[in-house]
Design a protein around this ligand. Structure first.
Ligand SMILES: O=C(CO)[C@@H](O)[C@H](O)COP(=O)(O)O
Ligand SMILES: [Fe+2]
Length: 219
């Protein structure tokens, strides 16, 4: 069970220090937004490159951008150890996933709340992670969408049938109040922004989330 705090809720003027606050986490989740795929603009390649140089933990880049076919592999080259693209934005998702792996990253595919998983299940052999969004992408601090739990179960079941080391990530509104149902549904990587960076002691919040997820592990 892995915790990936989202630095979207961190202090952008002090990102190196903010990364150190979560050095006990498994990943640092970096939300890349381009102002087109989502109505918000955050950071891009130069910042990811700078973060990769100072981060005590690997970067989990979540690309909420148009044209991942062109850009995603560059995030792997910039230092993203895991790079997740949105299926809604990809022209040739199998190719994007293969390019990510060729660039040395784990390849993730993200699905918005209104997008079904089933049409993309045949991509699993080329993926290392499926991200089920539990909010509409674009902003931190939104309410958790419990109605996405059947999709998490569906993805977990497809991953179980397929075999291999494919992770199931949830992102959006994940907190001590909502992480248990995500774990029970089959998620094993948990993104949390406001629940971690909004806490006085971010490292303690990471430990609490990991303990809750582990106690409610699927199956
Ligand atoms: O990708 C996104 C939002 O689009 C997330 O990674 C959020 O940053 C998570 O923040 P919280 O919902 O946990 O506050
Ligand atoms: Fe995210």
């Amino acid at each position: 069970m892995q915790i990936s705090p989202s630095i979207l809720s961190a202090d952008f003027a002090n990102l190196e220090r903010e990364l150190r606050r979560i050095s006990n986490a498994d990943w640092a989740h970096v939300d890349v937004m381009d102002g087109h795929f989502v109505p918000n603009l955050t950071l891009g390649l130069p910042v990811v490159e700078a973060l990769a140089k100072v981060s005590p933990i690997p970067l989990d880049c979540h690309l909420m951008i148009d044209d991942p076919d062109r850009w995603a592999p560059q995030y792997a080259e910039a230092g993203g150890s895991s790079v997740t693209f949105h299926i809604e934005a990809a022209g040739d998702p199998r190719r994007v996933a293969r390019d990510l792996r060729a660039a040395g990253a784990r390849a993730g595919m993200a699905i918005k709340p209104g997008t079904a998983f089933a049409p993309y299940a045949d991509l699993l052999p080329d993926l290392d992670m499926v991200l089920v969004m539990t909010v509409e992408p674009g902003f931190g601090g939104q309410s958790f969408m419990a109605d996405q739990m059947p999709k998490v179960r569906e993805v977990r079941e497809a991953v179980r049938r397929h075999g291999g080391d494919i992770w199931v990530q949830v992102d959006g509104g994940v907190s001590a109040d909502t992480i248990e149902q995500c774990a029970e549904a089959g998620a094993d990587v948990f993104v949390a922004g406001s629940a971690v960076y909004g806490a006085q002691d971010a490292a303690a919040a990471v430990e609490e989330l990991r303990a809750l997820a582990t106690a409610h592990r699927h199956g």
